[in-house]
Design a protein around this ligand. Structure first.
Ligand code: PLP
Length: 396
């Protein structure tokens, strides 16, 4: 297959992309238009929880596509109810609203918290969020995010998202006032460079929220669905949030996300929330297939075994190359470099032959790893060997 420049020119330019067209994928491997294969430790940004084209999802999509694609969100459909029951059964939440993207689920969480504030807290509407956090690319979720510079690019912002420091409870307490309705955070900041909230901090936030009558919202778009080694990352700290959002891995690659809440918080009136594609049976059928694989006996144990292997391998590389170390939970991990050559490592890893390696550097001083949750022991070893090779090429 030829590289199609006119096709490239027809796409809106939003990011720099290598001159590669990916044509197929299977498990942990992607193939480009030259037929070159890549070991994929990005997986569509932690989206393909079971790797590329997992047979269970392909089967669910095929059979659902031939049965019913979208009756409209104004009617019930079985896959959406099946998936909602599974999620509420496996979590501390009572009800689920399905959305199409993480940002949309977070918008829903923000709306739900504001509605609850109108009804129960005299119109309180402010949601405390965190520096360096990432919640999506709609106007409200960009305003909620703490990415440097994001307060100006599409000014004016949506108002009401004061920023605290992760793992600094006093910085949160200092921001609480009469108009505060909620605290929202990622249990592990993903885009910021895989920075976990500590267990003590999560417990402190729960206590503070209870003391002040606030909602605790966890954005588990990246950390949920087995990524952290638990089904949901809030379980790592033993707290029960009031609202949780899911995205990325929940659909195993297809656009699916969810807003989950405890019964007391489910205060939407008819007409407050909705969306044409929300909860459609095609996507939720894929979601059921993913859920059942992740919850099968032994699956999360294997995620934790691969996480340990990856963590130890990254630590060994860090000490060999004089790097800072590694961190993360489950199969969301980062290698902390000793210099800003993350982007060079990513490019060299991708471009080397005969096989390439796909990695991500959310910051120049850091590599992030988010393989398929069913990555094999041999694939993790192969990635570590390839990475060692890449480092020696770049730093030679
Ligand atoms: C990716 C991500 C989002 C946004 O999800 P989209 O599906 O891209 O809208 C929100 N929050 C977190 C923590 C994410 O990692």
């Amino acid at each position: 297959m030829k590289f199609d420049q006119s096709g490239v020119d027809a796409l809106m330019e939003i990011t720099s992309r290598p001159e590669l067209v990916f044509v197929r994928g299977q498990g942990s491997w992607l193939e480009d238009h030259h037929g070159k294969r890549y070991l994929d430790f990005v997986q569509g940004w932690a989206v393909n929880s079971l790797g590329h084209c997992p047979p269970s999802v392909v089967k669910a999509l095929n059979s659902q596509a031939a049965t019913l694609i979208n009756p409209s969100p104004a009617f019930y459909n079985k896959p959406s109810m099946d998936l909602a029951k599974r999620i509420t059964g496996a979590s501390c939440f009572d009800r689920v609203f399905f959305a199409n993207s993480g940002a949309e689920a977070n918008e829903g969480a923000i709306k739900l918290a504001r509605k609850w504030g109108q009804l129960k807290r005299n119109g309180a509407y402010k949601i405390i969020t965190f520096d360096h956090s990432f919640h999506g690319r709609t106007l409200a979720t960009m305003s909620a995010s703490g990415k440097p510079g994001w307060d100006r690019i599409f000014a004016p912002q949506v108002e009401g998202f004061p920023k605290a420091e992760l793992n600094d409870l006093d910085s949160v307490r200092a921001l609480v006032d009469d108009q505060t309705v909620a605290i929202m955070l990622e249990p592990i900041q993903g885009e910021a460079g895989v920075i976990p909230a500590t267990r003590e901090f999560m417990q402190g936030l729960r206590a503070l929220a209870d003391e002040k009558g606030l909602l605790l919202i966890v954005d588990e778009v990246q950390t949920g669905y087995g990524r952290s080694g638990k089904m949901f990352a809030y379980e790592l700290s033993g707290v029960q949030p009031d609202i949780m959002t899911l995205g990325k891995g929940i659909g195993g690659g297809v656009p699916l996300a969810a807003l989950c809440a405890r019964e007391e918080v489910c205060v939407f009136k008819h007409g407050d929330q909705g969306g044409t594609y929300n909860g459609n049976p095609l996507m939720t059928a894929a979601g059921v297939a993913i859920f059942d694989t992740l919850m099968a006996p032994g699956f999360l144990d294997s995620v934790n075994a691969r996480a340990k292997q990856l963590s130890e391998g990254l630590l060994a590389l860090a000490s060999k190359w004089g790097m800072q170390g590694e961190r993360g939970e489950g199969l969301l991990r980062a290698l902390m470099l000793d210099r800003d050559d993350g982007p060079a490592l990513v490019d060299t890893a991708r471009d080397m032959g005969p096989e390439g390696l796909l990695l991500n550097a959310p910051r120049a001083s850091l590599l992030r790893f988010m393989p398929a949750l069913n990555v094999t022991e041999q694939e993790v070893d192969q990635m570590l060997t390839m990475l060692d090779d890449v480092i020696s090429k770049v730093r030679r």
